[in-house]
Write a new protein. Structure first.
Length: 381
C-alpha cells in the first residue's frame, strides 16, 4: 500500500501494525508523533544554532522517520534487526531519492550506536529511539554515543504509570504509582530513568519537549556533556506523596524518600509515594513555540500539531495535574466548563492552566482545599 506523509511517499504493509509479530511496522496513527519530530529537529537546529547534522533512526521499520529527516536536510541513518524492514526502508529511500543521505543497516541498535561512537566519521548528533515497549534497553547506548539530542518514545504505559507496578520498577528503577494523573506519572518516571542513565555518562539533560498521548510517551532531551550539568539535572529528581482519599499531593526533592504515614489534609492512611520522578519542567516553552512555528501547513496533522503545541506552551510546570471531573466526583458537585473553572482559580489569585493530558486536566499552584474553595461557586451555579 502507498502512503504519503510529510512530503514523502512510502510503501507500507497493507494493514497497519502495532505489534512485534506480523509485517514491517507502520502505524498511520503515529503521524502526529512524526510531524512533531520533524518540526523539533528543525527548531533544534535553528533555535539552538546547532551544527547538528546527523540523525539516527535507531528502529527504522519502513524508514519513515529517517527518510523524512533526510528530505529535510539531515544526513540520516536507519537501523533495524528485521531484514524485511531494512529492504523496505532502502526501497522507500530510493523512491524518495534520498538513498545517498539515508543509509540503512541491518544490525542491533545498541551494537550500531556503540560502533558509531568509536568512529569519528559516523558521529551521531541526534539519536531517535522508537522501540516496541520500553526504551530503557537502548538508553545507555544512546546517551553514551549522542552528541546533542536524544529523542525517545515509550509505549509501555501500564508499567510507566504504575498499573503494572513490578514491571515499572524493573524497567525504570523507580516506583511508579497508579494515580488519577497516570499519564503524567509515566512522563515523570520515564524522564527520571532517562536523566539518571545520562548522568552515568556525566551528561546533563534538559527536556525540550515532552508529552503523553494515547498509548505512548515522547520526549526530546538536549544534552550537556559536563559532570556539573549532570549533577544539576539530578537535583530535579524527588518523590511525590499522593492521598488516595482526598487527592492531596505533595512533592519533595532529593535522593531520599520520606513517605507520609498519613495525609496531612484529611488524616487518611491511604497515601502512595512514587519516585524518584522528574519534578522540573518537562518542556521548554520558548522551544515549543518555535516548534509550533515550524509546522508547515503541508503536514497532515498541521492543525492538530499546532493546537497541541499551544496547549503545551500554556501548561504550568507543576509536576502533577488535577482532573476537574475526578475532583467533582470526590466533592459530589457537578462539573463546569473548563474555562469558567480555570477563571475562578485565577480570580482567586492562583495560577491555572489546562494540561495536555485530557480535556478536563489542569494544573494549578492551589492545593485541593484551595481549588474547592475557589471553584465551588462556579460548580454550584
Ligand atoms: C515501533 S517499530 C519502529 C517504528 C518506526 N520508527 C516508525 O516511526 O514507523 C520498532 C522497530 O524496531 C525494530 N527492532 C526491534 N529490536 C531492535 C533492535 N534491537 N535493534 C534495532 N531494531 C530493532 C523492529 O524490527 C521494528 O521494526
Amino acid at each position: 500500500m502507498r502512503v504519503s506523509e510529510g512530503g514523502v511517499e512510502l510503501t507500507v504493509p497493507a494493514e497497519s501494525t502495532d505489534g512485534v509479530e506480523g509485517p514491517v511496522f507502520y502505524n498511520p496513527r503515529q503521524e502526529l508523533n512524526r510531524d512533531l519530530t520533524i518540526a523539533v529537529l528543525g527548531a533544534f537546529r535553528e533555535e539552538r544554532e546547532s551544527r547538528a547534522a546527523t540523525y539516527l533512526d535507531a528502529m527504522t521499520a519502513s524508514g519513515v522517520r529517517g527518510i523524512r529527516a533526510a528530505a529535510n536536510g539531515w544526513t540520516a541513518m536507519g537501523v533495524d534487526t528485521d531484514e524485511r524492514a531494512v529492504s523496505l526502508a532502502r526501497e522507500n529511500a530510493a523512491r524518495n531519492g534520498v538513498e545517498e543521505t539515508f543509509d540503512v543497516v541491518q544490525e542491533d541498535a545498541n551494537a550500531f550506536m556503540y560502533g558509531c561512537g568509536r568512529d569519528m566519521d559516523r558521529a551521531l548528533d541526534v539519536i531517535d529511539l522508537d522501540p516496541y515497549g520500553t526504551p530503557m534497553p537502548f538508553a545507555d547506548a544512546a546517551f553514551a554515543n549522542a552528541r546533542n539530542l536524544v529523542c525517545v518514545t515509550a509505549t509501555d504505559t501500564a508499567p510507566l504509570c504504575g498499573a503494572h507496578l513490578q514491571s515499572g520498577i524493573r524497567s525504570y528503577s523507580a516506583v511508579p504509582r497508579n494515580t488519577d494523573y497516570h499519564a503524567e506519572m509515566g512522563v515523570r518516571v520515564l524522564l527520571s530513568a532517562l536523566v539518571r542513565t545520562a548522568a552515568r555518562y556525566d551528561i546533563g539533560v534538559t527536556p525540550l519537549f515532552t508529552y503523553a498521548k494515547s498509548h505512548y510517551v515522547r520526549t526530546f532531551l538536549e544534552l550537556d556533556h559536563r559532570a556539573t550539568a549532570a549533577d544539576a539535572t539530578l537535583d530535579a529528581l524527588g518523590f511525590v506523596s499522593h492521598c488516595e482519599d482526598c487527592l492531596y499531593r505533595e512533592h519533595t526533592r532529593g535522593h531520599f524518600a520520606d513517605p507520609l504515614e498519613t495525609c496531612p489534609a484529611c488524616g487518611a492512611s491511604r497515601v502512595l509515594t512514587a519516585g524518584p520522578i522528574w519534578l522540573d519542567a518537562s518542556h521548554d516553552r520558548a522551544f515549543v513555540a518555535a516548534v509550533r512555528e515550524r509546522i508547515p501547513s503541508s503536514f497532515g496533522t498541521a492543525e492538530r500539531a499546532r493546537a497541541f503545541c499551544s496547549t503545551l506552551e500554556a501548561e504550568l510546570d507543576e509536576p502533577t495535574h488535577y482532573d476537574q471531573h475526578r475532583l467533582c466526583k470526590e466533592w459530589t458537585l457537578p462539573a463546569n466548563a473548563m474555562d469558567d473553572f480555570l477563571a475562578a482559580l485565577r480570580d482567586a489569585g492562583y495560577e491555572a492552566s489546562p494540561a495536555h493530558y485530557s480535556g478536563t486536566a489542569f494544573k494549578t499552584d492551589a492545593d485541593v482545599d484551595e481549588i474547592r474553595a475557589a471553584t465551588e461557586p462556579v460548580l454550584e451555579s
